[in-house]
Design a protein around this ligand. Structure first.
Ligand code: HEM
Length: 516
């Protein structure tokens, strides 16, 4: 084959014409796909890198007809593989300190037949810390360091500094979890300070590296970037608040004081981290990545700006109303809170429509089911919130902890984690130069993850009505989710190792399993 078309894979083109790699690099390929380049067709490359296909074809065909004299030497550098250490840390943390730890907590909740066991608080907060920074944080930072320079057609500013943020984040997570578990020992104050400083520095470095990377780029600003920028501001705020939360608990004068401080800070803190940082980064990346990668086309009405203000506006209204309601007990503030809750399903539905996850993909892939399911879970999680006050009134609870916990799980596992599973399983094979069509369909972890999440969301609410049935069963759901994560995690880890060691090893590798 001497003539290249849109269906020819990047790997085939590079094999036929090594000099074409230089052209791909100019459009942001850099180290993607390893030495041989990704197995994706040229049309896919053009769509994802927002390059003009006809121009690309012309340039490559010219290079083929007249190869440049200078040979192209492929060399992998830190900025090409930095994502691997973040993703591997994320997988290791979710399987151990995150989901396994959470599943053990849940089992204890099941045995004790109560979600409100004071002795479990430190352990639950340590789990939340690991999940927010070690699971969501690691994946977001790894993905951003890898993809952002390529989206902006430039190179990562100071990869060594980005690398430092990895170690700082890791230190912060371990120190923070130890600090929570060792309270009220004196050592926990030192560990809490180490954790706060390390994590805040890591996030500041992360923001600085991406800001300077963006400044190097001559590409025009894209509207989706405002989602990403505001997500990072919420990330920094959530990191500072995490340290404030720890010291507020550590310095409370009594057990009652601890509970009052948790009641005041915990809700806004988790909202900043989940509805601010995580939701906005997913919304931003989804708009840049999902329609192009799965071929979903453009929305008939562009509501990007409206969605941006709805997410941020409802979050600010939520936090202000909640804090003022709790401190002043002025009942009218509950109206503001309810309004914020009503806006949540609105932005969730508009976002799903904007991205087009319910349209038929023209480039279906084994990971699309994760992305679609994530948005279904987002709509469910956000759709629960307007009924939160009503649920509390009907069940005679001032704050219906079970209902809020159920909503949170739908959001953190159903939406955020499902999205991490789907996007990472789509991106990592491309970066490793592996043809995803030859890989495992991932149906088993997908079904298990959904079953575990649905079981937890339903059973947690049911503990208010049929505790003798719901509590003994709920403990299993964490282990169902853990099995799903283990299944997905082994495959992803293995694919990353193939990326590291070269594609020839794939031939002898038992994972990823070829699809039949
Ligand atoms: C994958 C399986 C998971 C299990 C078994 C699990 C388990 C738990 C349990 C038992 C609680 C306490 C529930 C309550 O008090 O209502 C909890 C709370 C929490 N979890 Fe998870 N979780 C999992 C995944 C996640 C993920 C993926 C995230 C973040 C992305 C996350 C973040 C949180 C947060 C923020 C809290 C609230 C902590 C607080 O009260 O401040 N969890 N989890």
């Amino acid at each position: 084959m001497n003539h290249i078309t849109g269906d020819t894979s990047v790997a085939e083109i590079v094999a036929l014409c090594p000099g074409a790699r230089r052209i791909f690099d100019e459009h942001g390929l850099k180290g993607c796909g390893g030495e041989h380049g990704p197995s994706e067709p040229l049309t896919f490359f053009a769509a994802v890198h927002q390059a003009n296909l006809d121009e690309l074809l012309r340039e490559i065909n010219t290079e083929m007809a007249n190869p440049s004299a200078q040979a192209y030497v492929y060399k992998e550098s830190l900025q090409d593989y930095i994502y691997r250490r973040f993703f591997k840390a994320g997988v290791a943390i979710v399987l151990t300190l995150g989901c396994l730890w959470g599943a053990i907590n849940l089992l204890q909740i099941g045995f004790g037949k109560s979600f409100l066991q004071l002795r479990l608080l430190s352990s639950i907060h340590a789990h939340a810390h690991a999940m927010i920074f070690g699971w969501v944080g690691m994946f977001v930072m790894g993905f951003a360091y890898q993809s952002f320079p390529r989206f902006k057609n430039t190179t990562l500013w100071r990869p060594a500094l980005a690398n430092l943020s990895f170690y700082l984040l890791g230190t912060g997570i371990v120190a923070g979890m130890l600090a929570d578990m060792l309270l009220p020992a004196l050592a926990s104050f030192v560990l809490g300070a180490v954790s706060g400083l390390s994590e805040i520095t890591a996030v500041v470095i992360f923001m600085l590296v991406l800001y300077r990377t963006a400044r190097q780029s001559i590409e025009p600003h894209n509207p989706y970037e405002k989602f990403i920028a505001s997500s990072f501001i919420w990330f920094l705020l959530g990191t500072i608040l995490e340290a404030v939360f720890f010291f507020a608990k550590a310095t409370a004068p009594s057990e009652h004081g601890v509970i009052m401080r948790i009641a005041l800070i915990d809700g806004p803190l988790r909202d900043v981290q989940l509805l601010g940082f995580a939701a906005l980064i997913i919304a931003g990346v989804s708009q840049r990545f999902v329609p192009q990668v799965y071929g979903l086309g453009k929305p008939s009405h562009d509501r990007q700006t409206m969605i941006f203000w709805l997410i941020n506006g409802s979050l600010v209204l939520n936090i202000i109303s909640y804090v003022l309601l709790l401190t002043t007990h002025n009942f009218y503030l509950a109206i503001g809170l309810e309004l914020a809750y009503l806006l949540m399903p609105l932005w969730a539905i508009l976002l799903a429509i904007q991205i087009g996850v319910f349209r038929k993909p023209t480039q279906p892939d084994r990971t699309f089911k994760f992305v679609r399911a994530a948005y279904v879970w987002l709509v469910i999680a956000c759709g629960m919130m307007p009924f939160f006050p009503l649920y509390g009134a009907l069940t005679h609870q001032v704050f219906a902890h079970t209902y809020m916990g159920s909503h949170r799980h739908a959001f953190t596992v159903g939406f955020i984690s499902m999205m991490i599973l789907g996007v990472s399983s789509r991106v990592v094979p491309i970066l490793a130069g592996i043809d995803a069509k030859r890989m495992n369909s991932l149906w088993a972890p997908f079904v298990l993850f959904n079953v575990g999440c649905a079981g937890r969301v339903l059973l947690q609410v049911l503990t208010d009505f049929v505790p003798n049935v719901a509590y003994p069963l709920i403990g299993f759901t964490g282990f169902i989710e853990l099995t799903a994560l283990l299944w997905w995690g082994i495959e992803l880890w293995h694919t990353m190792n193939v990326a590291k060691t070269g594609r020839t090893k794939l031939l002898t590798a038992p994972f990823p399993l070829p699809a039949r």
